[in-house]
Design a protein around this ligand. Sequence first.
Ligand SMILES: *Cc1c(COP(=O)(O)O)cnc(C)c1O
Length: 411
Amino acid sequence: MNPIREECEALDQRDPLAFARARFTLPDGVIYLDGNSLGALPVATPARLQAAVTGEWGHGLIRSWNTAGWIDAPRRVGARIASLIGAAPDEVASTDSTSINLFKLASAAVRLRPGRRVILSEPGNFPTDLYMLQGLVDQLGGAVELKTFPREAIAGALDEDVAVLILTHVHYKSGEMFNMAGLTAKAHAVGALMIWDLSHSAGAIPVDLNDANVDFAVGCGYKYLNGGPGAPAFVFAAKRHHPEMRQPLSGWFGHAAPFDFVDQFAPAPGIDRMQCGTPSILALAALEAGLETFDGLSMSDLRAKSIRLSELFRSLVENRLHGQFSLGSPRDPGLRGSQISLIHPHGYEIMAALIEAGVIGDFRAPDHLRFGFTPLYLRYVDVFDAVQRLSDIMEDERWREPRFAVRSAVT
Ligand SMILES: *Cc1c(COP(=O)(O)O)cnc(C)c1O
């Protein structure tokens, strides 16, 4: 028996969060280090979906919009998410995708700052964020432009021409985390608005949007929130903006009285105006079950375990794989989210071989092997075994087999 592995087992036995693993269905023999990309399946989800399909849809039929609370689902699920991100229950709605919500919010923000010409972000932000902003700039016909500055230069690029600063709180590739309150205050100091993308933060680290005085935020439902593939995303708008904010996708679910069926759009009074069309009820049911995996747990306890897991991983990699990988994430755990990236020129092949060996992480081009540490269902011993399998692959050079170089559509 390896003494370090025994220490990991002891850590698991003392772990006050160990019970939460039973809230998930995980395949035997698999160590799942990709909850940052697709959260694992909660035990409760299949029955919840079954009930929604056969009971609410099959039996209740159209009546379920009223009797099963379908009509309130975006708000109800939004309120659940609000409790994880430091927002008031009526400041969050679960709707659409992160991409679409970002478009709606960026558009609303630009409109709230007439005469300002710049949307500011960082190069290397998650691609869809930049793509959606490029689409908005195009749509606005030259009234605004998108400018990107490297993260260390962003604060210096803020001036009175900036309508809105849009950043991803935890970087998808490096896991590097921005100072939310600090940058929000700097944006406000020049009169700009602040939008945070919380895709890699919500459910992973403590976030307090209202404490940081954030204007708007978006995030994913299928990553740390465990809502299932393609789960609805969420949108946050601080209450002070509700009366004035307007978004361009003014569908009937954002109307003040959708069932009056009038010709003229009139926005709903609160966060509901960020909705567009009919919500995906089955997907919201799965997301609701995903959020219940956080019941009774505090984000600060989860964060503490996430740091211990990722620090264990980092130290094991550094000790056992001396210099074969470079660290693609901040060394200081206080500066990163719940993930660690390792850099290797053959990252794709190594990750493919590792997945075959039962350790699922992912790869982000050109050279990042990404490992997510989800404190809800990961054990310390999983981290030990994952590094063990990684060192085996590096030692026997299995990853050099040509089949591991064949690229899949999704990495
Ligand atoms: C995962 C992720 C998205 C995904 O957007 P979708 O619209 O759900 O495809 C957006 N932004 C960031 C930062 C992400 O990490």
